[in-house]
Each structure stands twice: as C-alpha cells, then as structure tokens.
Design a protein around this ligand. Structure first.
Ligand code: GLC
Length: 558
C-alpha cells in the first residue's frame, strides 16, 4: 500500500543543483551530476530529496527567478534527464520534492514579456501588479514600499511606444515581478504546473514565499513604515493590520488558494505533499501546514537559536505543541541555501577559549574547526531524534563550514554585501560547490573550476576524505540516519531532567537523546548507548557539546 503519510517523520536532503555535482564540465552542477551521485544520497539513507529550482532562469536570484515553470534550464539538463533521475531515486525509495516559486516569476517569463508588450489595463498586464506612478508625470513609484534585496519594490517600464510607463511591484529584485494572485489565469496556470510535475512522478513541492502570494493592493497604500519588515520579521503584536490582514503577507485568502492546490494533490496516490516556506507568526503556521492546506510548514526557529539548552528546549516544546494543534508534524531545519552553515553559526566567537575542542578557526581546515563542528554534530543528532521531519542541506553531512572571503567579482547573490573587494555577508558562502575528492580540479565537483570559488582547504572536508574514516562527520550522519530509520516513531516525546545545561528526552519506544550544552561532561542515563557524537567509549560520560543516543526499553530495569 502506498503510504500517504511518508513525509510525517521523514529525513529530507536539500540539493542546490548548481552546486552539487557537475557532469558536463561547465563548472555548474547539473542533473546528470546528481544522477552520478545517487549512491551518495542513498548511502545517507534519507527519505526524500528536495531540489532547489532547476527551471530556466537568468540566475539573478540563484534560480528563484523562474522563466518557465515547466521546463529545465539547459545548463542543468533536460526533462528526460529529470525523469531518469526521479526513476533512479525512486528505485532507492527516495521521494522527490521540487521547489515551486509562486510569488514571482522572472522578468524573462513569457507572460511578463507579453505584459510589457501590451497596453496598461490589458489582460496581459493584469497577471502581474502594474500600477501608475505618482508625481506630475508618473515619474515616482506608486508608493514607498521597499524590495527585500534593497531599493524600491517598484520598477518603471517603458511602454511599447517607447514612452515611460507604468510601474510593476517586485518584493524581491527588479528581475522578479510579483504575480497577481487575484487573477484567475494565474491561479489556473499554477494548477497546470502542479499537475505537470505530479504527472512526471514527483512526490511533492517546497513552496517558496508561501505567505506572500495574496496581496491587498487597494488604495490608499499604507506607508512602508507600517508595512515594513513583512518577510522575515514576526508580524504578531507588531502587525498593526491584525492577523491575516497585512497587505503583503500571510493574508487569509491564501487558505482558499492552497485548498485549491490540495484538491490537485489529493488526485494522486499517495497525495502529493507540500511544505511551506512561511515566515509567519508561529500561531499562524498551521494555516499552511494543516491537511486541508499544504501539509507541512518549515519551522525556522533553530536557524536563530543560540547554542543554549533552555533556548533549544523552548523551541522544541513550542513546535511539537503547535504541530499537534495543527494536525501536522513538526519540522527541524539547521541549514539551508539561505543561511550561514550551522557549523560556522554555532562556532563560538574567536575570543572564547578554545576548550573544549580546539579552535574556532576554520581556515586551517577540518582538523581545526573544533567547537563549531562539535556543536553542529550534536545539533543534528538532537534534531534527528525529535519527532517530525528533519530537513538537511547538502554539505552539512560533511560538516562544511561557511566559505568566507568570496572575491567581489565572483559574488552571485543579489543580497550580498561587499566590502574591500570581498563578500562580507550574503548567501554564496553556503552555496559553494561540494568537495567530492581530496584534490584535483574543483575537488571532484567538475572538470572545470567551480562557478563559485572553493577555498584550498575544501578538500579536507571531501567525501573521499571522510568516507573511509569511521570518526568522520559523514559516517556520523550515515549512522545516525540509518538508526533513525529503525527508531523514528510517532509525534511524542517526554523530557528527562538531567540538569539545566542538558536537553534530554525519551521517545515512546525508549529512544533517548541527550545533548550536553555545558562545558562539563554529564553522566548518561541507563540503557544501551547506540551512537554518540563525542566518539568516546560507550559508557563514558557525555563530553561537552555532544549528543548521545541511548536505548532503554520502557519497563526495563534502571
Ligand atoms: C526564498 C528562497 C530564497 C529566495 C527568495 C525569493 O526565501 O529560499 O533563496 O531568494 O525566496 O524567491
């Protein structure tokens, strides 16, 4: 029987296709590259793979600027290659989730080009959010709203007759015009896209900016001061519009849009799955995650959590509670293509003492990464022991740190901040192509140089270096995921009180996870130790900044 709930307690691996593996030697990852590495994915023992966008794109936002939702970028492959990849993954019982970007298209999309070629007020223009400008001759934008990537959220177009014309709304870059979700043609077209991929055999979707589609564009427009920070800041008490009424985000009309998608999903056996990227107040997340809507929603709390036991415990309790209230399962994310890799994020500041572990300086390579990596390993073991689904990002299974110092001329991210010739903030540092071999051109990623430069020390993190080393991060991930497959069960957990610096819990089947956030070792509870990130012998106390899994059947003697 096909399991309709396969995603409820799944381990999901995110692939950023342009940086995973390149077969055709152009320095950009491709589907053939992924196909050649299916064994690596299968050896991780994950339940599903989520592909970041691979559709035709000018790459002004890493592929989140889509030219054609129902095709593959020629740099990345063909639909036939996609079909072959899906078949290969399915053969290994790995599900396939694709990224859907419904808030905006790219400015090269056929419908956007048609909109530009058509007159104001036309059917073509109505698919996007065109408005007249203000000022004497419409030379000023319709309002003062700002784009996520900086600058005004409006760009003025030149009309077909060459005169300066209307403005279109883009909440991200100027190359990402927002769709008008009040337009029926837009709604219908996305249903066609869902079926297109569903019919090709994909198992689900990751829905980009899921909280953004519906908008209230009626005048008078509220000023940016009131609207601002819509995307990544909590709306909550600071939202002067009230729940579901903010003009740009998390509007109540989304329920109806996603209910329509659900009808499409339920036409498949098993139903297609979807997970929402919804940056909303936690109490609103269920609107995206419930079974009449998309199914699941990301909880990004661990992306912002400090390395601190009370913080982690609070995040876990809140999210497990929310999931059960909202008829879904919880989700855990430590890294993705938008954030600093968690081995670097958790590294203590350089002025903290190097003990325990060695130093926080990652420039010298794996052996010296020390505490950031120890914490990263402890954190993933903790996340994998929790009820719900854990989303992992390519390269974290190698313990990769963030790459810093990318030269200005190589920077791709529209959000990057460059100073003195190097990127000092931005998302390219987690998107550098993976090291597969210890040496050679682009460390086995491609026959050419990688499209984002890899540092010299990258080879020390390579798959080749780690695969035969039982104490490597890669082997820890493999063991943890294999054990999880046998242990993962229903959405329940019971806290164990082992001290204020320790997060410990028991699952109903006697699976205990203990994470030591403190500097001193802690004694492990009774039971059989099956895995530990500190690599100590089974019955030793748990080292600082480490996680251990212990099996202790209910009813077994203490
Ligand atoms: C999401 C994506 C991010 C992208 C943005 C705009 O947040 O994860 O990478 O830049 O949407 O599509």
């Amino acid at each position: 029987m096909k399991d309709p709930g396969w995603w409820r307690q799944a381990a999901i691996y995110q692939i950023y296709p342009r940086s995973f593996s390149d077969r055709n030697g152009d320095g950009v990852g491709d589907l053939a590259g992924v196909l050649s590495r299916v064994d690596h994915i299968a050896a991780l023992d994950v339940d599903a793979v989520w592909f970041s966008p691979f559709s035709p794109s000018a790459l002004t936002d890493g592929g989140y600027d889509v030219d054609d939702y129902r095709d593959i970028d020629p740099l990345i492959g063909t639909l036939a290659e996609f079909d072959a990849l899906v078949a290969a993954l399915h053969e290994h019982e790995i599900k396939v989730i694709v990224d859907l970007v419904p808030n905006h298209s790219s400015d090269r999309h056929e419908w956007f080009r048609a909109a530009l070629a058509s007159a104001p007020g036309s059917r073509e223009r109505d698919r996007y959010l065109f408005r007249g400008g203000t000022g004497e001759n419409g030379e000023l934008p319709p309002n003062d709203w700002q784009a996520m990537f900086g600058g005004p959220a409006w760009t003025r177009v030149t009309e077909a007759d060459g005169t300066p014309g209307q403005w279109y709304l883009h909440l991200f870059s100027t190359h990402q015009p927002d769709w008008n979700w009040a337009n029926q043609e837009v709604r219908d077209d996305f249903l066609i896209t869902l079926r297109f991929w569903g019919d090709r055999g994909v198992d689900g979707f990751r829905v980009d900016v899921a909280m953004g589609l519906a908008k209230d564009m009626s005048e008078p427009y509220p000023p940016w001061e009131q609207v601002g920070g819509f995307l990544f800041l909590a709306l909550g008490a600071d939202n002067p519009f009230g729940d579901g009424k903010h003009p740009l985000v998390d509007r109540d009309e989304l329920t109806e849009i996603y209910a329509g998608w659900r009808q499409v999903f339920d036409g498949y056996d098993p139903p297609l799955f979807a997970v929402a990227e919804a940056w909303v107040e936690p109490h609103r997340r269920g609107r995206y995650a419930n079974s009449k809507s998309l199914g699941q929603a990301f909880n990004f709390d661990l992306l912002y959590a400090q390395w601190d036991a009370a913080t982690f415990r609070g995040v876990i309790q809140r999210n497990v509670d929310l999931a059960s209230e909202h008829d879904t399962t919880s989700t855990w994310v430590l890294s993705n293509h938008d954030v600093v890799r968690h081995a670097s994020r958790f590294a203590p500041p350089p002025d903290e003492p190097a003990e325990p572990g060695t130093t926080g300086d990652d420039s010298a390579g794996r052996a010296l990464l020390g505490r950031g990596l120890a914490r990263a390993e402890a954190a993933i073991m903790l996340a994998l022991a929790l009820p719900g689904s854990t989303y992992m990002y390519q390269g974290e299974e190698l313990g990769l740190p963030e790459v810093t110092g990318i030269p200005a001329g190589k920077v791709q991210d529209p959000w990057a901040v460059v100073e003195n010739g190097v990127m000092i903030a931005g998302r390219d540092g987690c998107r550098v192509p993976l090291p597969w071999t210890a040496g050679g051109v682009s460390f086995g990623f491609s026959a050419a140089d990688a499209h984002l430069p890899q540092p010299d020390w990258f080879g020390s993190y390579s798959v080749e270096t780690q695969v035969g080393d039982p104490s490597s991060t890669l082997c820890l991930y493999r063991e943890a995921l294999a054990l999880r497959r046998t242990l993962q069960s229903e959405e329940l957990l019971e806290w164990l009180e082992l001290g204020p610096g320790v997060v410990a819990f028991r699952r109903p089947n006697g699976w205990i996870s203990v994470t030591n956030f403190d500097a001193d070792p802690v004694a492990l509870p009774p039971g059989r130790v099956v895995l530990r990130s500190d690599r100590r012998d089974a019955n030793e106390p748990l080292a600082a900044e480490a996680t251990a899994w212990v099996l202790h059947s209910p009813g077994e003697a203490e």
